[in-house]
Design a protein around this ligand. Sequence first.
Ligand SMILES: [Zn+2]
Length: 292
Amino acid sequence: MSESGRRKEIDRAAAARRAAARKKKRRKRVAQVWMRRGIAGAVLILLVVGVFFGIRGLVRLFGGEESTSPYGLPSYIQEDYLTINPYSRPGIKLPGGVQGIVVHYVGNPGTSAQNNRDYFEGLKDSGDTSASSNFIIGLDGEIIACVPIDEVAYASNSANDYTLSIECCHPDETGQFTDATYESLVRLTAYLCDRFDLDSQDVVRHYDVSPSQKACPLYFVEHTDAWESFRQEVQTATDQLRAETAGSPDGESDGGEETSASSAAAGEGTAEGESESVSEAGGTETGSAAAE
Ligand SMILES: [Zn+2]
């Protein structure tokens, strides 16, 4: 082979090597592009998932939808349970489940939810009377749970065994609630209705289960129209909660059986020995400073 022929061959070989190198480089670049796209995609997915769960976390933190409550109560309810004792927290599970909600007023103008809760707690030592309630709503709308939702409280006479009770604070003798108290009452009652499969007709006044007792809650006994519009608001809020939780897998399922207010108002007597102390609670309630 001539000198020039050999050089041409060398040149060709070199060109082929260069081409192969270019091809390899291009393939590497394509692979890098894909890898970068893959990483970007993964980061994007992580970001979306992160934002989603971040928002959920925030909703949990500030939305009051979930809490660490042993009873699964929303975080807008403060749990400050009474010590188990014969006068205000007998520690008896509701024998009839939750079939209704009874609304009360404390009958002691200007007192706070905490004052009333502490009064109930103090009964364990004083033994002055039997009185308590499952919830107390304060003048600023604060809600304290002082007897658990599956236990008997001494508030509603013969209805204690199958209802939950809500005591409301009020600024003066008229017994009318502040806007904040009223709003919390609607919110809490609707929450309980949703949770225990109740409707607004299962929400009654203390007066309805025990007409012979003092007019309680006073304002709602004297203003039937205000009571009816309260019940309507509760129904609307309950329906709204149900619509919200309809598709949610963490919707509550612990329900009491549905009953009408008339059965709640009928106040069936129970065979329990507690019914004695229950009516006793009702009897002494009138004279009590805090419980109405
Ligand atoms: Zn009452």
